[in-house]
Design a protein around this ligand. Sequence first.
Ligand code: NAD
Ligand code: WQD
Length: 340
Amino acid sequence: MEKVLVTGGAGYIGSHTVLSLLRSGFEVVVIDDLSNSSRESLVRVQTLAQKNVEFVHASLLDETKLKATFSAHNFSAVIHFAGLKAVGESMQKPLSYYQNNLISTLNLCQCMTEFKVNKLVFSSSATVYGEHATPPYTEELPLSRASSPYGQTKVMIEQMLQDIVKAGSLQVASLRYFNPIGADQSGLIGEDPLGIPNNLMPFVAQVAVGKRDKLSIFGGDYPTEDGTCERDYIHVSDLANGHVKALQWLSLQQQPLYEAFNLGTGSPFSVLAIVKSFIRHTGVDIPFEIAARRSGDLAAFWADASKATNILNWQCEYTLADMMKDTWHWQSKNPQGYQS
Ligand code: NAD
Ligand code: WQD
């Protein structure tokens, strides 16, 4: 059985991907420092899959523990989720973001080289297309300067990985996520942000459960149909499945390679459309107000995801209605997240 190392596997996307991997027959070892997650997510993943996950509580910045993890297992591939991800926080703490995200990735690549583990799936983001690309975004667009230090770490890591591929034997699939939302259909695992959510969907879910009074919609005067921003929201379980498909594709490849793939549905929805859809599909009201624009937000972007469909044989299975219902299922079952 193939054994995969999943960095950051206790987090939101990581935990859903670990579940998909176990269900697809992979063995999984997770390394996570739990700086933005809890051990409980993986306990629940094990319950859902009826399989074990080995857990290493360590930071990728700790080279000794990372090396020990590689030396204790024979990994066929790595999926690299670990990193800091809050756009706003990265403006306040650029040093932490460059330090954590870049050095972690370098340490990981060092170990992969030393232990001859060649296959890597990297969590990238639509943010690497920068501020001036015209949607739908295709992978042929050049990497552009991102608008935040967080986004910049994704651009820089993609560039680093391309250079490492050219000089060695690494095979890399960089998956550029659009806006992941939703939760596993069981309602047992989901997104559990610390403090006030930065992202739309967890904020909506917390208003629905009574933790927050109302949603502020950032900007009502964008050049879109209803004046609010448009994004390409993708169900986290579809995203998780994209990682399994990427691993399966990488396992067939013999030569060093670097390929980027967009993971999105290809259909944009406005903030107002999301709020209305949530109300319609859950029956729970979401009080909201139109507030000032949030600095750095783009009016609209979405994916051309045909490359992932054609090459990875990947397709989205969940609808916007599923994304709303599954978000609410998770939040209503776990009003305090994993502390519930
Ligand atoms: P998350 O914060 O839930 O998961 C990241 C995990 O990495 C957490 O469990 C955290 O504890 C861990 N971690 C952080 N630094 C670490 C380190 N140095 N060593 C070990 N573990 C560490 O975030 P997520 O939403 O699941 O995102 C996963 C990845 O996908 C991230 O790289 C993120 O940048 C990327 N991404 C996320 C989104 C999104 O909207 N959620 C979009 C595009 C890309
Ligand atoms: C979506 C829309 C907001 C909160 C971010 C990162 C991106 C990627 C995904 C990691 C926007 C609006 C939000 C709120 C609102 N992450 N909104 N009220 O900004 O598209 O993407 O997450 O790589 O890099 O930038 O996602 O969920 O924050 O916002 O009106 O309370 O919802 O203005 O239009 P975003 P988001």
